[in-house]
Design a binder for this molecule. Sequence first.
Ligand code: BGC
Length: 827
Amino acid sequence: MNSHHAEHEAGIESAIDAALPELDLDTKTRLLAGRDMWSLPALPEIGLRSLVMSDGPIGVRGVRWTAADPSIALPSPTAMAATWDPELIRRAGRLLAQEARRKGVHVLLAPTVNLHRSPLGGRHFECYSEDPYLTGAIGTGYVRGVQEGGVGTTVKHFVANDAETDRFTVDNVVDERTLRELYLSPFEMIVAGAKPWGVMAAYNSVNGPTMTEHDELQNGVLRGEWGFDGAIVSDWFATRSTAGAIDGGLDVAMPGPRTVYGEALAAAVRAGEVAESTVDDAVRRVLRLAARTGAWDRATPVVADGALPAPVDGVALTRELAGRAFVLLRNKDDVLPLDAARNGTVTLLGAAARDARVLGGGSAQVFPEHVVSPLEGLRAVLPEGVLTYRIGADPTDELGVAGTGFALRAVCRDADGAVLGEDTLPNGMVQWFGDDLPDGVTLDRLRTVEITGTFTPRESGLHSFGTKGLGEFVLSVDGEVLFDGVAVADGLDPFEAFFAAPSERAKAELTAGKAVEVGLTYTVPDLSGAPVRTISCALVHREPQLDGDELIEEAVAAAAVSDTAIVVVATTERVESEGFDRSDLRLPGRQDELVHRVAAVNPRTIVVVNSGSPVEMPWRDEVAAVLLSWFPGQEGGSALADVLLGHAEPGGRLPTTWPARLDHAPVTQVRPENGKLSYAEGVFIGYRAWQRGDTEPAYWFGHGLGYTGWSYEEARVIGPDTADGDVRVMVTVHNEGARDGREVVQVYAARPDSTVDRPHRWLAGFATVDCAAGARATVDITVPMRAFAHWDGGWAVEPGEFEFHIGRSVADSRLVRTVTSSEGKLP
Ligand code: BGC
């Protein structure tokens, strides 16, 4: 810590010392209870402004959940990890800080650093990797970047929130070594490497206590052992009890104001159940967080307005990052990159090529101002007459928020039907939190919200209409009431109204180009007892469903007569989202059939996989190329054109092993039994498990091709001779191809004949390097001392020789070196 930094921190602490006695108990507990969905109350008496938080992690949604308040949408976290480039992610973090500042947000509810324990995890796309070291390194870059922009982070979800099924009640049973070596490890790395200002406590329990009350992990490990000095914020609606949470180390219960803190906490102190000093400690940490972000007038923020990093061009960075994350899994006969001048005609197929799927669902959702689809991206770069588009197969069989062709507004009325206020809507969704209501509308008087306006279809035929949300709805199309009924919850998740599937309610025969009136009236339920007063409903719609056979025939016919076929296959929001896990890894709809059929007629078939997490690809050996684009963010189509045409290299490497089939995957159990989910596989998840099994995955962790070829010429190991026991590995690679390229050099440790039951090889270090065609470059990779350690009641290092396998993936080792560990127990 430099002296300026120490002085600054001391200044914050003395401001807190002075302020604490000025606050009475009720004020303090009110602060910890939260004010509304996204913020804490202001305390003007001490110059504290309302601290505002927002999701994360691929953009900053802000305090409104609507397309009317757009944000830059970066690629999915899996894509960020696929860059294997913490410095690039740090730049993304700075962009996010810039977005947060633009929206008045002090703390970003991100990054998500739970692990890819199973490919079935519903939020797999929102986490980085199956490997804790890669996760920790990417997360460290992210947190540094955001906080360099003066905005706080809450690293989440602490800890072992690796699946969604029964997330509010599940008790994850994880042995200590597994917790330390895998699930806690990214948090520990980020705390050490980036000093996050916040952490979010998960919904689930770990070995008994629920995480918001986990004294041992929150107070003991996170604060005590690792020295975390930030605030712990609950996941939304996660808290269960007043004394349990405050004594367990939780500082802020969200969302407010009706939480286990506030009046309940003040009463617990007065009853002698909770010590006031425990409340003071929590308030201290909240004031520290506010001070760091600049929400507190009595303290200087960590980053003063005048010292902000240079502005980031969000569109350009999002496009660059997307291409750097694309993973080229297969490239037979170098079919890629395409040569626009020589490759002739191209047929582009897939519903997602036109209606791009750029992000995963749930709280990670943001609303970008624009989206570049693959079709638009390719149209912009291919010469006239070269490109043909066909749908081929549509994976979505459900209705989506009314968008294309709709012109809508919300009309708010009181119980007598008198209009209180109106607002134009960018689409069919209404999501109003607390007092965020159209002008003139108050929650007390609001009785109905009518989503109303016109719809001009782009296709003739039978259009489907429906509702999303819970409560009473009346739906009319073209003057006729088609539905009048009630939607009730079927689960306990308070987010059900947000994340549940939309319901189809009626169909109407409509004519292309002919506008009709549409209306959905929602009766606002009694919200007086609700923890957060939210108005949430949507008008949903689907275009006439085209005949699946015809779509495929048409696509195959077009592909057969063109020089190259590009098929974009995708998952849908029903497959990858928050609140539920996946039940299989198949591509929805008839997409597999489409690829098989196209590959049979066109040897130059390129498949672009638009998903945030693994899918089965039964056709992978039949096609010329497989390019993984993840959820590529708003500029995905431009990045795809860059990469397909070779203006950029696909820079990504797999951050997680891709199974050929779900039943080959090492961990498929995500459903608790009797409330418990046993992490019985211990430390053997992902490649750590695949290495011990009998089946080969489709593609190994670390795999990814570029557009050039590499040889690994030399590796030199230096150390361990530094004070911290780190080892340096200097690796010389040779770019043997005719194009400039970028390589991700990976170092895996191994311990043959170990007395510890440990993985065959595990990631110990990595670095990326740019290298001109024909040139050589030497990269300097640091392998931290911890890479040699295992948990044995404390960190321990087995004495003797370890091996380093240096290469292109966990299964593609090019050079082997040995290193002798500095043995013994580690601090
Ligand atoms: C998610 C968190 C998110 C919060 C607020 C929760 O359901 O688990 O990741 O930050 O909602 O949207």
